[in-house]
Design a protein around this ligand. Structure first.
Ligand SMILES: [Zn+2]
Length: 388
């Protein structure tokens, strides 16, 4: 049976031509639905059972789960899931040499937004799949395509409700230069707002200076960071401790007015073993203790949904397969992925895909032509091992 999907270059052209930018800033945000519908059409033509799942809070965006091969009634089996996100970051066209939404082949590279991060991956899965007769599959192959990885992570987060993913192993095709990644840090972004009282600067008793209290809060954050770095270390990472970066501060309006409000934003990069909720609770308690007995009002709030850290055991089957087929040892990276949402579902997950993270989120994003065939070969070996 010959499969009725376009050839690889045509698929890549079509995927790049559809904008699917996601951003927490609504003026840059677009839907991923047209990409999902295109993938649904291709995978359905190949015999997959396709499920399109609109996001609960953004129903104009959706995830896709495409499954082929026998699934067990109960429990998970040995098949494999190949996964990725369909959204890209927004782009500033004026900084691009090439049109971001027109696939351009030049210098042995394919230029376009989402070539490496990471819409191409879904076409490469199809290339690998076409080598097989799926009626011979003894275990399922699942393709997961998510929404909003670059912004809210809502697509991956909604999978926590999903109980029907029938596999124990997954590979996410984020750009890793085709080298397997089994661990990454997590990230949370938070803000603290202090609300005092304004007044004439000539008499401090006329107000309550939020900026002076912020001075204490910043000291407490740095002290807490030292404490976290003493408690947690992991030599798999180039920066082997959790980090806390003070990234933004705003407060007051005039030198001769007592500052009535001050706000700081910071991120924390968590090591595997650290828990997002426990960290929030810990900081909340420290702030409560620090500011107890003062008149200052304060709020502690997340700026976006945090991403947990990921760690997949080195001796798990999927890590070993990926190491074998890529001829590279699994390692840790600094960037975050949707992997932890899959590991939470009991799916051992490795990050391995073509292209380099240095090209992601940049003008003139590209995928090296030379990385395409090796990627398809690795995917075909993974499918053969886990599905036949
Ligand atoms: Zn990505």
């Amino acid at each position: 049976m010959k499969k009725s999907t376009p050839n690889l270059m045509s698929m890549l052209h079509q995927l790049i031509a559809i904008p699917s930018m996601s951003s927490v800033n609504p003026s840059f945000d677009t839907s991923n639905r047209a990409v999902i519908d295109l993938l649904a059409c291709w995978y359905e033509a190949l015999g997959f059972t396709v499920q399109v799942m609109p996001l609960p809070r953004q129903p104009h965006k959706a995830n896709l789960i495409a499954t082929i091969g026998p699934a067990q009634e109960h429990g998970k089996n040995q098949g494999i899931m190949l996964a990725g996100h369909t959204d890209t970051v927004p782009c500033e066209e004026k900084f691009w040499r090439f049109h971001p939404f027109r696939l351009t082949e030049q210098e042995n590279r394919l230029y376009g937004l989402g070539t490496t991060d990471m819409k191409s991956f879904f076409a490469l899965i199809i290339e690998a799949f076409k080598r097989f007769d799926a009626s011979r599959f003894k275990q399922p192959l699942v393709v997961l395509a998510t929404a909003d990885e670059e912004s809210s992570m809502e697509g991956a987060a909604m999978l926590i409700q999903e109980t029907s993913l029938p596999v124990r192993s997954a590979v996410i095709g984020e750009p890793t230069g085709l080298k397997p990644v089994n661990a990454h840090k997590g990230m949370i972004m938070n803000g603290i707002r202090l609300i005092g009282r304004g007044g004439h600067s000539s008499n401090p008793a006329l107000g309550l200076n939020a900026m002076e209290f912020m001075h204490q809060v910043l000291g407490e954050l740095i002290c807490w960071r030292d404490d976290l770095q003493r408690r947690y270390q992991d030599n798999r990472f180039a920066v082997p401790v959790p980090t806390l970066n003070l990234g933004h501060i705003q407060g007051g309006d005039n030198p001769n007015r007592i500052c009535d409000q001050c706000e700081v934003h910071f991120d924390i990069r968590l090591l595997p073993g650290m828990d997002v909720q426990s960290l929030h609770d810990e900081l909340h308690t420290r702030l409560k203790t620090l500011l107890a007995g003062t008149e200052i009002d304060w709020e502690f709030f997340p700026l976006k949904q945090g991403t947990p850290p990921m760690l997949t055991a080195k001796d798990s089957r999927i890590v070993k397969s990926c190491e074998l087929y890529s001829h590279a040892a699994a390692h840790a990276v600094a960037f975050c992925t949707e992997g932890p949402y899959l590991t939470k579902l009991g799916i051992d997950t490795v990050i391995l895909g073509p292209g380099n993270i240095a090209q992601a989120h940049q003008p003139d994003e590209y995928l090296e032509l030379s990385s395409i065939q090796p990627c398809v070969d690795i995917l075909a070996k993974l499918i053969a091992e886990h599905c036949l």
